[in-house]
Design a protein around this ligand. Structure first.
Ligand code: SAH
Ligand code: MG
Length: 197
C-alpha cells in the first residue's frame, strides 16, 4: 500500500476528518491547471491534504496551520516520513491568533466550521491577485441542505454557522464564489475584477 493510502486508512480508523477523495482530486487538478505554487492551509490535521497538494506538483509549497498538539505532532511525522519537510511548513498555532505575512495562490479553509467567516476575513488579504480560496465541508454531511439530519443543538448551531458563511460568500462585493456539491461540498472563491464590482 502507498504511504498516502496508509494515511487515509489511519484517518478513517481514528476518525480524523480528512478531505474526501473527490475534493482532493478537484484541488489537485486546480493546482495543476492554474499553476498554483504557494498554498496556505488552515487546518492540517495529520497532514493528509497538505501532502496530497505537495504531491500534485513539484513546484508547490504549503504553509499549513494546526492548533491541536497531537495532530501537529502526527503531521510533522507524516511529512518527514514522506520527505516533504522542505516543501511543507506546519505552524503550530491557532489560526486566529497568528500573524502571518506572504502571498498565496491558494488558500484552503478546512478548520473549525464555526469560524469560517473569521478565517476568510483574516486571510483573504494574503490572496494573490488571481488566487483562489477553497473552503471544505459546506454540505456538512448533507445537513446544510437537510436540517432534519441534525440530532442535537450543537450540530444545528454549526450548520447555522455554515449557512451564514455561504450567505456571506454569496453577498460579498469583493469576491465571487462558485459552489460545488462534490466531496462534502466545496466552494471556490476569486476576487472580482474591478469591472464586475
Ligand atoms: N485538512 C485536513 C483536515 C483538517 S480537520 C485534511 O483534509 O487532511 C480540521 C483541523 O483543523 C483539526 O485538526 C483541528 O484541530 C484544526 N483546527 C480547527 N480550528 C483551528 C484553528 N482555529 N486554528 C488552527 N487549527 C484549527
Ligand atoms: Mg474538511
Amino acid at each position: 500500500m502507498g504511504e498516502i493510502s496508509k494515511l487515509k486508512e489511519y484517518a478513517q480508523e481514528n476518525h480524523v476528518p480528512i478531505m474526501k477523495d473527490e475534493g482532493i482530486a478537484f484541488i489537485c487538478e486546480t493546482i495543476r491547471t492554474q499553476s498554483i505554487k504557494r498554498i496556505l492551509e488552515i487546518g492540517t490535521a495529520i497532514g493528509y491534504s497538505a501532502i496530497s497538494f505537495a504531491q500534485a506538483s513539484p513546484d508547490v509549497t504549503v504553509t499549513t496551520i494546526e492548533r491541536d498538539n497531537h495532530m501537529y505532532e502526527e503531521a510533522i511525522q507524516n511529512i518527514a516520513s514522506m520527505h516533504l519537510e522542505d516543501r511543507i511548513t506546519v505552524i503550530h498555532e491557532d489560526a486566529l491568533n497568528l500573524s502571518l505575512t506572504g502571498t498565496y495562490d491558494l488558500i484552503f479553509i478546512d478548520a473549525a466550521k464555526s469560524q469560517y467567516i473569521k478565517f476568510f476575513e483574516k486571510y483573504s488579504p494574503l490572496l494573490a491577485e488571481d488566487g483562489v480560496i477553497i473552503t471544505d465541508n459546506l454540505s456538512f454531511h448533507g445537513m446544510v441542505e437537510d436540517i432534519t439530519l441534525t440530532h442535537n443543538r450543537n450540530t444545528r448551531q454549526l450548520v447555522g454557522k455554515i449557512k451564514q458563511y455561504i450567505e456571506y460568500l454569496k453577498t460579498n462585493s469583493q469576491f465571487e464564489t462558485v459552489f460545488y456539491s462534490l466531496g462534502d461540498g466545496i466552494s471556490v472563491t476569486k476576487r472580482k475584477k474591478s469591472s464586475e464590482k
